[in-house]
Design a protein around this ligand. Sequence first.
Ligand code: SF4
Length: 351
Amino acid sequence: MNAVVSLFPKAQGDTLPAQRERVRELLRRRGAVLVAHYYVDGELQDLALQTGGCVADSLEMARFGRDHPARLLVVAGVRFMGETAKILSPDKRVLMPELEATCSLDLGCPVGPFSKLCDEHPDRTVVVYANTSAAVKARADWMVTSSCALAIVSHLKERGEKVLWAPDRHLGHYIQEQTGADMLLWDATCIVHDEFKSVELESLRREHPRAKVLVHPESPAGVIRQADRVGSTTALLRAVVDMDADEFIVATDAGLFHRMRQLAPGKTLIEAPTAGASATCKSCAHCPWMAMNGLAQLERCLRDDVGAIELDEGVIVRARTCIDRMLDFTARHPSAVAPAPSGFVPGLGAA
Ligand code: SF4
C-alpha cells in the first residue's frame, strides 16, 4: 500500500488545537484580520468567524477588507482575491497563505490576448468577472461577481451598450440568455463547475424527486437548465436556508457545504454529480487551488510575513476604476445583489 505523505506535516507532537491557538495569537499580535472564501477548508472558515474576520463570496470579501480598520489583511482564497483586496486597500499589507493558489479562469485569460481582443472591439464595454488578474481588470470598464453580474449587464443593455465579456463562457452564456444583451464571450471555464454533468444530474434527480437543485452559473448550460435556483455562492447559501425543502442537490464547490450545514442544520445536501461517462481524472467538486490554503500555510505567512501581494501602482489605479464602478452600482442597487441568508450578519456569519 502506498504511504500518504502530507505536503505540510505538523511538527512532531503538534496538535490541531495548539496550531489553531498559535494562529489566533499571531492574528491578535499582528493586528490582522482573516478574510476567507466559502470554498476554503472549514477549519479556516471557522477561524475567520471566531476571530472577527469574514467568510464570504468574493464581492463581500472585497468590501469587508476595504472597510475593516485592520492594517494587515490575510486573504484565504485564490490569488485574484488577494489582488482585489490590495487594489481596494493599497495602503494595507495583504498576505495570502499560498500565493501559488490561482484559478483556471484567471489562467485562461492572459492579459496580452485579452487586450488584443479589447483593441479589436473598441465599440464594446469590457466587463470582466472577478476571477481575473489585476492586469486584466486594469484593461476593463467593469468588474462583476456572480452576485451582481446579471444586474450590471442588464443595466448596460438598457443603456444600449454592447459587451465584451471575459473570461467564464458558461456564466457569460447564462447572462446573455437571461438579459438578451449583445455579448462577445471569451472562452474559459472554471475547472470545478465545468465538470458537473447534466445526464447524471437527471438520474440523480429521479432518485431524489423531492430535492431542489441549486446551481452556480459557472456550470454548463445543461446543468443550469435543471436548476430550481441559479445563483452566486451567497444566493445558494440563502436558498438552502430559506427554501421550503429538506433536501438539496448542489452544483458548486463542496467547500460551501461547511457553511450550508452550519446555517441549515438538519437539511440534506447532496453533491451534484461530476463523475460519469465523460468524467476526467480532475473530476471532483473541489477547487485544487482553494485546497492549498491550510492552517500550516496561514501560520507560516503570519509568522514569517511571507505571501505578500505586490502590485504595480499604475495597475492598481486603473484596476480600481472598474471595481469601484461595481461597488458603487451595488451600493446604489442593493436589491440587485443576492442578499445574505436570514440570520446571517455580513462579515460575521450567523447571528
Ligand atoms: S472554484 Fe473555479 S472559479 Fe473558483 S477559484 Fe477554483 S477554479 Fe477558479
